[in-house]
Design a protein around this ligand. Structure first.
Ligand SMILES: O=C(O)C(=O)C[C@]1(C(=O)O)C=C[C@@H](O)C=C1
Length: 363
């Protein structure tokens, strides 16, 4: 057989498989439409029907990865299903997702990684605006950064939970690669713009390569790229997406000091999430600044044998010397083991607030 004949045979197979895949995807979409009808049928009059179900999406993606036989890698296969589910959900309800913008930020990438491409993403100027958009109902969900493996916690996000009744309904992690972006025509760099967190994540590289160049912190990496595209002798530290958006050239790629530089983002919404089988819970516990306060807060976790995944301390806004602990731990609010832990925590805390139980990031 000739090359042309062999290719023709294989391409006929591909065409036939594509047709089957397409039919199956549409059958799946049809099921999702029926799911939407069932959700509407059983909602009480006036009740807000919740179409997006993060726990079910996490279960679907975990199953895809578990049963995957290759040759496609587990994660690549899960990403394909992520998009299929995104389109199915859009048939049920077109979702509005507010994120910390502007366009081209890592938070936008995180929003797309979590929800897929079929949602309408709307960039906001600040973390407070993302919270407001979701609280007012203008957006169904919000995406905000919460911690970075190099630079630590995003305090604006944690502090926003003090006054908000929004729930955390998911998390997503993103490997962060920073690039030094410049305009196409080479000019000497006199200023480098970026978000303060990103400047921190590239500190060592900047010290080595641009020790005497001014570093200017701006509201986002995308804003840094926008300025670098407009001003003479300016560069930005930002993502590849921002480079494309503002037509900048990558002068130096992957300049983050730590190769495992990762940011974790939270998905915030107005409703609680049911257990997915592999969940995390976030709570806010405030205590007096007295000897043993941290020990008292941690002891109930030890007693219940529950693993903490993170603890952050912030000064409380009420009472000058009181502290608030943001605690993430393994398990779901509805797990039997959690109830006694919470009773113990409430005994030692001045104040206690659930921030949400949600599926651990799958992708
Ligand atoms: O199972 C559901 O509740 C659905 O709505 C279906 C589906 C899916 O496509 O699998 C779509 C959206 C939800 O967020 C979860 C899953």
């Amino acid at each position: 057989m000739s090359e042309a004949q062999e290719l023709d045979q294989l391409r006929q197979q591909i065409d036939s498989l594509d047709q089957q895949i397409q039919d199956l995807i549409n059958q799946r979409a049809n099921c999702a439409q029926q799911v939407a009808e069932v959700k509407q049928k059983y909602a009480s009059p006036g009740e807000l029907v919740v179409f997006y179900r993060p726990e079910r999406e996490a279960q679907v993606l975990r199953k895809v990865m578990e049963r995957n036989q290759g040759p496609l890698p587990d994660e690549a296969m899960a990403r394909l299903f992520r998009e299929i589910m995104s389109q199915c959900l859009a048939l049920e309800e077109p979702l509005q997702v507010a994120y910390l913008g502007p366009e081209g930020t890592f938070t936008q990438q995180a929003a797309v990684k979590h929800f897929g491409h079929a949602v309408q993403c709307r960039g906001q100027v600040s973390i407070a605006d993302v919270f407001r958009e979701v609280e007012s109902g203008a957006a169904n969900y919000g995406v905000v950064p919460v911690e970075n493996s190099t630079e630590g916690v995003v305090t604006h996000t944690l502090d926003s939970f003090f006054d908000s009744n929004l729930q955390i309904c998911g998390e997503v992690t993103l490997r962060i690669h920073h690039h030094l972006l410049v305009k196409a025509d080479a000019e000497p760099v006199e200023r480098i713009y970026s978000h303060a967190q990103s400047l921190g994540q590239c500190r060592r590289w900047l010290d080595q390569n641009y020790p005497n160049v001014e570093r200017i912190a701006v509201s986002s990496n995308a804003e840094a790229a926008r300025r670098a595209s407009k001003e003479a002798n300016a560069a930005a530290i930002a993502s590849e997406a921002a480079a494309e958006l503002y037509q900048l050239r990558i002068q130096a790629a992957n300049i983050e000091d730590r190769p495992d530089n990762t940011t974790r983002f939270l998905i915030i919404g107005r409703q609680a999430t049911t257990p997915s089988g592999d969940d995390k819970t976030s709570v806010l516990v405030s205590s007096r600044n007295q000897p043993g306060a941290l020990y008292q807060v941690l002891e109930p976790f030890h007693k219940a044998g529950i693993s903490l995944t993170r603890i952050e301390t912030r000064p409380a806004r009420s009472g000058t010397w009181n502290y608030v602990f943001f605690i993430d731990f393994e398990g779901h609010r509805h797990d039997a083991s959690i109830a006694p832990l919470i009773d113990d925590l409430r005994d030692v805390a001045l104040d206690f607030k659930w921030l949400g139980s949600y599926p651990k990031a799958v992708l």
